[in-house]
Design a protein around this ligand. Structure first.
Ligand code: 13P
Length: 258
C-alpha cells in the first residue's frame, strides 16, 4: 500500500510570527497522527522561513519542503536557491507548480533538470502537473498531462521515478473554490498519469509512485478525494494556512486504512 501524503503549500503567505504560530498549533494538533507514521505530513513555507519551520518541527515526523529551487548547484545566479541549500533544511521540494510555469516561465525541460538536481541531493520532489481550463474544455487533458509526465520524467531511471511524488493540480481548480470531482481527478491520475508512467517504466513503478490531488482542497471535500483508489493524498494551498483546517485534512489521510 502507498503511504498517504498530505502537503501544505503556503505559497507567498505568512510572516515569521504567523508561521511560527501556525506550526506550533499544527504540531500540537497533529502530534499523534505524525507519531503514528501512517500519514506523511509536509509543510512547504517560503524559503526564508525554512530554517525556522525546520527547527519547530524537529523531533516530530512532520516533514519540511521548499516550494521551488534552482537546478544549478552554485555560482553567479543572483536571487536563486541551490538544491543543497534546500537540503540543509528540507526533505521535499515542490517542482513545476503551475504558478512557476505560468509566471516564471518554467518548462518541462527546466522541471526535468530540477527533478534531477533535487534527487542528487536526496530531496523528494513533489512534481506538479495539470491542465488549464481551455485544455480541459477541449477534452485534451489526457494528452496534456501525459506530455507533462513524459517531460518531467525524461531520462530518469525506474529507481529515481519511484522516489517522486506527483501532484495533479488542474489549473482551473487552483484557488478558485471549484475543485475537481473525486472521480474526475481519480480518472486523470489513474488513466493519464499512471498510464504515462506505465508506458515509461511498466506497471510496478506506475503503481508505486504516489500521486496527490491539488486544487481547492478543504476539510469539507478532502474525503471525496482520499477515498479514490488512485489518489494518495493532497497538495493543499489556501486551506493549509489554517491550523484546524489543515489538521483535519491530514487526519482524513487515515481514511485510506478503512
Ligand atoms: P488551493 O488549495 O489554494 O486551491 O491551491 C492548490 C495549490 O496550488 C497547491 O499547490
Amino acid at each position: 500500500m502507498r503511504t498517504p501524503i498530505i502537503a501544505g503549500n503556503w505559497k507567498m503567505n505568512m510572516q515569521l510570527a504567523t508561521a511560527a504560530e501556525l506550526v506550533t498549533a499544527l504540531k500540537n494538533d497533529l502530534a499523534p497522527l505524525a507519531a503514528s507514521n501512517q500519514v506523511e505530513i509536509v509543510l512547504c513555507p517560503p524559503f526564508v522561513y525554512l530554517p525556522r519551520v525546520a527547527e519547530l518541527v524537529q523531533g516530530t515526523r512532520i516533514g519540511v519542503g521548499a516550494q521551488n529551487m534552482y537546478f544549478e548547484s552554485k555560482g553567479a545566479f543572483t536571487g536563486e536557491i541551490a538544491p543543497a541549500m534546500v537540503a540543509d533544511f528540507a526533505q521535499y521540494v515542490i517542482i513545476g507548480h503551475s504558478e512557476r510555469r505560468q509566471y516564471f516561465h518554467e518548462t518541462d525541460e527546466s522541471v526535468n533538470k530540477k527533478i534531477r538536481a533535487a534527487l542528487a541531493q536526496n530531496l523528494k520532489p513533489i512534481v506538479c502537473v495539470g491542465e488549464a481550463l481551455e485544455t480541459y474544455e477541449m477534452g485534451e487533458t489526457d494528452i496534456w498531462v501525459r506530455g507533462q509526465i513524459h517531460g518531467a520524467f525524461k531520462d530518469l531511471t525506474a529507481a529515481e521515478a519511484r522516489a517522486l511524488i506527483v501532484a495533479y493540480e488542474p489549473i482551473w481548480a487552483i484557488g478558485t473554490g471549484k475543485a475537481a470531482t473525486g472521480a474526475g481527478a481519480n480518472a486523470v491520475i489513474g488513466i493519464s498519469i499512471r498510464g504515462a508512467l506505465t508506458d515509461l517504466y511498466g506497471e510496478a513503478v506506475a503503481q508505486a509512485v504516489r500521486v496527490q490531488y491539488g486544487g481547492s482542497v478543504t476539510a469539507k471535500n478532502i474525503d471525496e478525494f482520499i477515498v479514490q483508489p488512485d489518489i494518495d493524498g493532497a497538495l493543499v494551498g489556501g486551506a493549509s494556512l489554517k491550523a484546524d483546517e489543515f489538521s483535519a485534512i491530514c487526519r482524513a489521510g487515515l481514511k485510506k486504512f478503512e
